[in-house]
Design a protein. Structure first.
Length: 150
């Protein structure tokens, strides 16, 4: 590996993240146009499920957009408390069904991050595996209420 390769890899990652962030902003603009009652004056909540949770962590930690609240579902993520705090993330909610193989790792990561000073909580989504069921609608209001607590 040449000395330039790590720099090129970082640059490719930065460009990829920029493209993801632009796609997110375009989706938000479309949502606001379709639903004018959307109010994001108090910041946004970034939600990622499964592979999307890994992407959400990258976006929240990248510093190109601020997400004060992040909800991650069904992914064995590692949180960088310093980067999240520096980029304006105030609260992180980790969630998984108790039949999801990501349940225990996410529960441990929530506790580790909480002990490190990040406002983090784990929410058990009940007796489900790695998929959404109609019961998710029962958990979402509680999840968003905790995330939106000042």
């Amino acid at each position: 590996m040449s000395a330039r390769e790590p720099a090129l890899s970082r640059r490719r990652l930065e460009l990829a993240e920029k493209g993801v962030n632009e796609a997110i902003e375009a989706a938000i603009a479309r949502a606001k146009a379709a639903l004018p009652e959307i109010d994001d004056d108090h910041g946004r909540t970034l939600i990622g499920y499964s592979l999307g949770a890994y992407r959400a962590v990258n976006v929240a930690q990248a510093g190109t957009a601020q997400y004060p609240r992040v909800m991650l579902i069904g992914a064995n993520v590692s949180l960088d408390q310093a980067r999240l705090a520096r980029n304006g993330t105030e609260r992180v909610l980790l969630c998984a069904g108790n039949r999801d193989m990501m349940h225990d790792p996410m529960q441990r990561e929530a506790e580790r991050a909480r002990r490190a000073g990040l406002q983090t909580r784990f929410m058990d989504l009940g007796p489900v595996g790695h998929f959404f069921t109609p019961s998710f609608a029962e958990y979402l209001p509680q999840a968003l209420a905790w995330l939106n607590t000042q």
